[in-house]
Design a protein around this ligand. Structure first.
Ligand code: ZN
Length: 385
């Protein structure tokens, strides 16, 4: 299609552009012919496809304001390319040909972020590439030392806005049941119960049907200096329609080991404090912080499971499971976090009760009381010193 035509045009262009010094070295001149991008929770990756190799030493980068400029030597462009980027970090990329041996690339960031630029050789059917990875920059926050016994919990209703989560019927354009509505409804009920407690402050990652990127959710937790983070979901397991009930997930030990690296990155930007101490950025303390978080996440999960069993038919409580998937919100240092799957839309009985007020109330009561128990236990620990 269009892309293929662009590639052929670029290839032809590169053959016709005479550049004797380069060819004398046995290297073909590169032509940039396409802008692509992808998003993961950790980064946005912008890829510029080229007809030949561009060496890193031929790329000069310059960052000013919110704009990253790349000055690429020994590379032309098929024409001026512009691409709007749907990402929490980057808004637009432009490839501007200066002449056939020099091209400028303009990457517009949404805020000031960290970035890495490198080249990739052609392999496995993929062309030569210039890659720009953009990572989020956390705002430095110093958590005020809170006066005990005030505690902060962040409640995170999963999905929202253009991300409906699981839906029923599956792949339907106008589904009758959407995970994003169930998560918001249960989360607001949890908030209602917790607000009755004078010493607990509830921060929500969303109050309405809006899309909130994962990193934004992690940032909200960091800025709130939360003592606990609770993410609420309702799963879908098409291959296991008999799976049902409530499951509380915490990060697996393996994920936590991997998380230490991310933790260091996050902690460089976020000063982490509890009311007994602040984590500085020394690696030893970060290791301590992640170990503490790991143990604390288990305690939080335990408290929630126990009180869920008291409020919901306990046969419906699947207990605690380890999350192996790389979930950003489960691995912030110094911040115990759990993810609760309230049920399965693929199970007919779960599906029916998940949309019912009474069932949502039962689950919300269970979650709220578990959080309350956990948060009050923190005060006991602090005062016992
Ligand atoms: Zn979900």
């Amino acid at each position: 299609m269009g892309e293929k035509r662009e590639f052929l045009k670029a290839l032809l262009g590169s053959l016709f552009l005479a550049n004797f010094p380069l060819e004398a070295l046995g290297r073909k001149r590169a032509v940039i012919y396409r802008i692509r991008y992808s998003n993961t929770p950790e980064r946005t990756r912008v890829v510029l496809d080229c007809t030949a190799e561009v060496r890193r030493q031929d790329i000069k980068d310059h960052f000013s304001g919110k704009v990253l400029w790349l000055d690429v030597k020994n590379a032309g462009a098929v024409r001026k390319l512009v691409r709007r980027i749907k990402s929490p970090l980057v808004s637009e990329v432009k490839v501007i040909p200066i002449n056939h041996r020099r091209t400028k690339v303009k990457v517009v960031f949404k805020e000031s972020h960290r970035f890495k630029v490198f080249g990739l050789r052609s392999c496995a059917g993929k062309p030569f590439r210039i890659v720009i990875d953009v990572f989020p920059e956390f705002v430095p926050i110093s958590c005020e030392v809170r006066k005990a016994p005030t505690r902060v919990v962040v409640i995170d209703p999963g999905h929202g806005g253009r991300d409906p989560g699981a839906v029923w019927p599956p792949r339907s354009r106008h589904p009758r049941i959407r995970e994003k509505d169930i998560t918001l409804s249960i989360a607001l009920k949890v908030r209602k119960y917790l607000k009755k407690h004078p010493d607990i402050k509830v921060v929500m990652t969303r109050m309405r049907d809006v899309y909130v990127p994962l990193l934004k959710r992690a940032e909200i937790a960091a800025k709130a200096c939360a003592d606990a983070f609770v993410s609420i979901h309702a799963d879908s397991m098409p291959n296991y329609p008999d799976w049902s009930g409530v499951t509380v997930f915490k990060a697996s030990p393996r994920l936590f080991a991997k998380a230490q690296k991310t933790a260091k990155e996050v902690a460089k930007r976020v000063k982490l404090c509890s009311d007994v101490m602040c984590w500085s950025i020394s690696p030893l303390l970060i290791n301590m912080a992640t170990t503490v978080t790991f143990a604390e996440s288990s305690r939080l999960a335990q408290a929630i499971v126990e009180s869920l069993k008291a409020h919901v038919n306990d046969e419906l409580i699947n207990g605690i499971k380890d999350m192996h998937r790389n979930i950003v919100v489960l691995k912030t240092p110094g911040r115990p976090a759990v993810l609760i799957e309230c049920g399965f839309l693929t199970n007919p009985i779960d599906r029916r009760r998940l949309v019912k007020e009474w069932y949502q109330e039962e689950i919300a009561k269970g979650i709220a009381q578990g959080i309350e128990r956990y948060l009050t236990s923190l005060n006991k620990v602090a005062y016992a010193r």
